[in-house]
Structures are given as structure tokens and as C-alpha cells.
Design a protein around this ligand. Structure first.
Ligand code: SF4
Ligand code: FES
Length: 368
């Protein structure tokens, strides 16, 4: 069966980042600057994505504004007819640069926050002064006239600020806000015991989000990603493997999901060596879990198999060591009960210290 074209490309331009969030979705083996694709290589990949049928490109990282050629890449994407979005920490980009990006064709900004107070947010992000810079950047986005989404990753150590997060999103004039519970693979898996919320915290946040959505209808749209470990059924991760999204890593590896490199049993083609269309249509990593043919029981005979597409492959691998297993977030999985027990244990006994995400802890030296 020939797959539909991808809807969106996540372009991870670099793994360099001034922040060190302990739940980062980048792989544990961060890619060095010396391995990053050149401007010409990224432009080629963007043109190929547009030719393949992609509608959107999301410039991400690491911190995408660490690339001095970002304006060029945005303008290449705009010229190819792609909707352009910048996913940023907001700490490296001043107003003049933001204006240049808007002039190059940037259409939307997604700004991440780690909390609502500088002391907590800067501790979580591992970057002193970061929160103040984000607030200034949010003002710059408003002044530039670009639409803004505020991203909050929530976990045990910041969920008490949820009401203030919602207030902050309104204050900075965000049209959308995303409240996403941590997804546990890669760095977040390393830090699971420090991040896992309790069941009581989850119940409280679910109620808060529902009530606030109603109250803020027409002012800010709220997207809420629930924590998998306490779910009964998994989410349709990535909208189904190899169905809607593709991701290109800083060195050009083409991935079906931003965390796919955590699945060490897969190998990934690179856009440096193969045309993007070939990789999307026939690449072994994309074929591995596309559709429903790969599914084991109970997914194979389940009436939700074309709704959630078997859940998350990265989570199945992280928990069971086999990416082809049913996502343990599903209550029908044999591994579900132990997943819930792990969550309860982490939430009640985990400490507060983080393993920060950086090139030192990744045991890879950066080459700037
Ligand atoms: Fe989804 Fe598989 Fe669970 Fe059915 S058994 S709900 S397809 S994960
Ligand atoms: Fe990779 Fe869910 S995060 S498939």
C-alpha cells in the first residue's frame, strides 16, 4: 500500500541548546555541531519535503536560533509554499532577529516555558536568567505581530503552578497553549523518578484544564497531553507511525518520530544519502510499524487499532525492550499493571535532582 504524503516536517536543525531540560526529547547521544547539515543540505531537504506533499515545516532543535542561517531556511520553506513555525526557548533571539525571521516568511512561534517563576523555571531549564529572557521574547513576538503558542511541559515539580501557567499564557497574548505531561523516553526516562506526578496531581490538573478551557473559550485554545502511565488507552502517537510526520535530525537522519532514535533496534536512512521520497515510501524504519500489519495481539484484533495505531513505539521499546509490543499505556497490555506501579512508586519516592541534558552528560563533546 502506498502511504499518503506526510503532513509536516520537524526540522531539528541542531542539538546545541543553552537550556538543559531534563525531559528533552532529543536522543541521549546528542549530535555534534560538526555533523550538522549545511545550509544547502537543509534547503534541499526542505524542497524535497514540499515536493513530497508536506504542508508545514516546524523548525526545532536543540535551539534552532543557534543556527545563523535560520532566516535562509525559513525563506526557502516559504518559497516552497510551506507553512513555517519556529519552536524555540526564546533565549537566543532578539527583536531585530525575530523581525528578520518574520520578513523571511516565518508565520508562527511556539515558545516553551519551564514554569512561571524565574527560580523554578531556571532550575528546571538549567539556565540562569532564562525565564526573564522568555518573557521579553514573548513581548517581541506580540510586537512583531506573529501568532504565539505557549508550551508548558508539566510534571511533579511544576504542576502546582498550572493556574499561573494559564494566566501567563493569557498575559502574553498567546492564542494557543499546550500543556503537555512529560513523555518518558530518552532524557525524560533517565529523570522519570524526579518528574512523575502523583495520581492526585493528575486528577487535579485534569479538572483544572477542563474548567479553564470552558472559561477561556475564544481567548486561548488549550491542548492537553495526559500522562501515559496513568492512562487506560494510549494516544495515537505521531498520528500513527509513518502516517503524518517525518523528522530530520541535525545530521540528516530521517525519523518517523522525534524520539525514534531511542529505539536502538532500528536503523535510519539519511537525506544526505537517499532522496526523502524514497525514505518516506520504502525506508525500513518507516515500514517497520506503519499501518497495522506489524501488530501483535491484543492490538491485532482490537477495534481501536486504526484509532490509536497501537500507541507509542518508543514507549513500548523503553518499557519492554521490544518496539513491536503493545504500548504498555494500554490497559490491555500485559505490561500495563507494572507501568502503573512504577509510576506510583516514582511519584511517591523519587527525589528532586535532575540529570540535565547537555553534551557532558551525553558523553559527547560539542564542537562549536
Ligand atoms: Fe490500542 Fe492495541 Fe490497546 Fe487496542 S490493544 S487500545 S489497538 S494499544
Ligand atoms: Fe516515538 Fe511515540 S514518541 S512513537
Amino acid at each position: 500500500m502506498i502511504p499518503d504524503p506526510p503532513f509536516a516536517l520537524l526540522a531539528e536543525l541542531t542539538h546545541r541548546c543553552p537550556l538543559q531540560c531534563p525531559y528533552c526529547s532529543n536522543p541521549l547521544d546528542l549530535e555534534r555541531a560538526a555533523k550538522e547539515m549545511t545550509t544547502e543540505e537543509w534547503c534541499g531537504a526542505i524542497r524535497q519535503a514540499a515536493a513530497l506533499g508536506c504542508m508545514q515545516v516546524h523548525f526545532s532543535g536543540g535551539e534552532p536560533t543557534a543556527r545563523p542561517d535560520l532566516e535562509l531556511l525559513v525563506s526557502e520553506a516559504a518559497a516552497a509554499g510551506l507553512y513555517t513555525n519556529l519552536i524555540t526557548s526564546g533565549v537566543l533571539c532578539d527583536r531585530a532577529r525575530l523581525k528578520r525571521l518574520a520578513a523571511a516568511g516565518l508565520e508562527h512561534v511556539q515558545l516553551s516555558f519551564q514554569g512561571t517563576t524565574a527560580s523554578l523555571a531556571d532550575r528546571i531549564g538549567g539556565h540562569a536568567g532564562g525565564h526573564e529572557k522568555k518573557l521579553a521574547f514573548a513581548q517581541d513576538v506580540r510586537d512583531t505581530g506573529l501568532p504565539l503558542t505557549a508550551n508548558f511541559v508539566v510534571h511533579r515539580q511544576n504542576v502546582h503552578q498550572l493556574d499561573d501557567m494559564i494566566g501567563l499564557a493569557v498575559l502574553i497574548g498567546a492564542e494557543r497553549m499546550e500543556i503537555a505531561n512529560v513523555q518518558y523516553y530518552g532524557w525524560a526516562l533517565k529523570n522519570r523518578a524526579a518528574l512523575m506526578p502523583s495520581r492526585a496531581q493528575l486528577d487535579r490538573m485534569t479538572g483544572q484544564v477542563a474548567a479553564t478551557r470552558e472559561r477561556l473559550k475564544g481567548i486561548v485554545t488549550i491542548y492537553f497531553v495526559v500522562p501515559d502511565y496513568y492512562a487506560r488507552r494510549p494516544k495515537a502517537c505521531m498520528g500513527g507511525w509513518g502516517r503524518r510526520f517525518l523528522n530530520i535530525s541535525p545530521s540528516g537522519k530521517v525519523l518517523p518520530c522525534h524520539a525514534a532514535e531511542s529505539i536502538t533496534s532500528l536503523t535510519f536512512d539519511t537525506v544526505r544519502e537517499k532522496p526523502l521520497a524514497d525514505i518516506w515510501l520504502r525506508g525500513s524504519a518507516f515500514q517497520a510499524f506503519r499501518g497495522t500489519g506489524w501488530m501483535p495481539e491484543p492490538c491485532r484484533s482490537c477495534d481501536r487499532k486504526e484509532i490509536d495505531w497501537g500507541g507509542c513505539r518508543c514507549q513500548a521499546f523503553a518499557i519492554t525492550g521490544d518496539a513491536a509490543q503493545t504500548d504498555p499505556a494500554c490497559a490491555l497490555s500485559d505490561d500495563h499493571e507494572s507501568l502503573v506501579l512504577t509510576a506510583l512508586e516514582d511519584a511517591s519516592t523519587g527525589g528532586d535532582d535532575f540529570v540535565y541534558r547537555n553534551f557532558r552528560t551525553a558523553k559527547v563533546l560539542p564542537e562549536f
